[in-house]
Write a protein of this length. Structure first.
Length: 335
């Protein structure tokens, strides 16, 4: 599997460097194949299967209406809103988790899902073992509508609960309340709009004023890219490699629709400063995320961002920001 993935990736890279000519449909098939293989070949989280005869109490991105629920939606036989008493909800680096509350005063709201075996396998693949563990004993969960009283359910707890500076998260988690998703895009836009573009013209090249404005532009872009990193981690799972998550979003029909609905035109190219190969954004969003990710990598790796084309970076920022505005409401209910 790894050899096949590497071979297809090498072929795709050769096409992108214009070393091999391929029809657009062929390139799209290659992108889809690589993304699929990377997903299938993701390192296993090694979370053991719990008692699959019992329902799952879920409180994070896999909840109905949430950003990652499509991953298990067809594997849910029955669902019901529910409350877990004697538990405390926290968030660490954008990821929600719960810990037992010995006082019994705390509670967490979520959903009780009756999953088939494939559904539980998807959950174990989605949630990484380094961050989560199954509660040693089944939890007593109170359904909101059922008249049968409390039900026993499987629950994922966070590991090393006090490490990583977790924050209290109330009683219910929703991705629409995540400040990286809900606040950062507007802050990045404010930073971008405050830039004096006239000082980025060629006649200012190399002056302190030029560098000041370029660094402001780069800072705005890097902040915007943290939104995409958070979005893909929540939608496809933190256990998946970041590059594979980007590929998954690139081939997501909702991303392609958002690109078109945002009125983006593409047509600009981002060059890889390591080997001077280029990735061109297509008119319908082809290779857009790959190009935007490459721009981000050029800025953040080994100080390469000290140089660059401000026009291309500005175009990437505008498109990426517009797409987010169209994309997020399609991924999260009640956005």
């Amino acid at each position: 599997m790894a050899d096949l993935t590497e071979s297809l990736q090498s072929l795709l890279d050769a096409v992108r460097r214009d070393e091999i000519t391929a029809a657009p449909a062929t390139v799209r098939l290659l992108v889809d194949a690589v993304a699929t293989l990377q997903t299938v070949a993701r390192p296993p989280s090694n979370l053991p299967l719990p008692d699959v005869t019992k329902p799952l109490f879920t409180y994070g991105a896999l909840q109905p209406g949430e950003i990652a629920h499509p991953l298990i939606e067809l594997k849910v036989r029955r669902r019901e809103q529910a409350t877990l008493h004697g538990a405390r909800l926290l968030v660490r680096d954008g990821l929600p988790f719960i810990e037992d509350d010995a006082t019994g005063a705390e509670y967490v709201e979520g959903w009780l899902l009756d999953l088939d075996l494939a559904g539980y396998e998807a959950v174990c693949s989605f949630e990484p073992k380094r961050l989560y563990k199954w509660r040693p004993s089944l939890a007593s969960v109170t359904p909101s509508e059922s008249s049968n009283g409390n039900q026993e359910a499987n629950v994922l707890l966070g590991r090393s609960e006090q490490r990583g500076n977790p924050d209290l998260a109330g009683v219910a988690w929703h991705s629409r309340d995540d400040p990286v998703l809900s606040v950062a895009p507007a802050v990045a836009l404010d930073m971008y709009e405050a830039i004096d573009g006239s000082q980025l013209l060629p006649n200012y090249l190399g002056t302190p004023a030029y560098w000041e404005q370029l660094f402001h532009l780069q800072a705005a872009y890097l902040l915007l890219w943290t939104v995409y990193e958070r979005l893909t981690a929540l939608r496809y799972g933190p256990a998946l490699d970041p590059v594979a998550r980007i590929h998954q979003l690139q081939v997501d029909p909702k991303f392609m629709s958002a690109f078109q609905n945002a009125g983006c035109k593409g047509g600009y190219a981002v060059y890889d400063s390591r080997n001077l190969s280029k990735v061109t954004v297509g008119p319908n969003g082809e290779k857009a995320l790959e190009a935007w990710y490459l721009a981000r990598s050029n800025l953040s790796h080994r100080g390469k961002g000290a140089h660059g084309d401000p026009g291309t970076l500005a175009a990437a920022f505008v498109d990426a920001h517009r797409v987010l505005g169209c994309l997020l409401p399609t991924l999260v209910e009640g956005w």
